[in-house]
Write a protein that binds this ligand. Structure first.
Ligand code: SF4
Ligand code: SF4
Length: 70
């Protein structure tokens, strides 16, 4: 007799503020509106909506944002 054990999705978004030039490309490409701009730097505003699609990481010209699914 067993039971299913289902883990919660664990997504980690990292933004390197010294590499982010504030172009807002990640904000524009995120289909889930997870990211916002704050004081010229990208910021995670709604992590719960993130699907880990990786578009922000792919589109950032400065490798300033990474998405990891644990
Ligand atoms: S795309 Fe990259 S450099 Fe541009 S705002 Fe987003 S994290 Fe910053
Ligand atoms: S991984 Fe996808 S859903 Fe998550 S913040 Fe980046 S673009 Fe948005």
């Amino acid at each position: 007799m067993g039971s299913d054990v289902i883990s919660e999705e664990k997504i980690v978004i990292r933004i390197n503020p010294s590499w982010c030039k504030g172009c807002a490309i990640c904000v524009e490409f995120c289909p889930q509106d997870v990211l916002v701009m704050e004081s010229g730097i990208a910021k995670v505003a709604n992590l719960a909506a993130c699907t880990a699609c990786g578009l922000c990481e792919l589109r950032c010209p400065d490798f300033a944002i990474t998405v990891e699914k644990r």
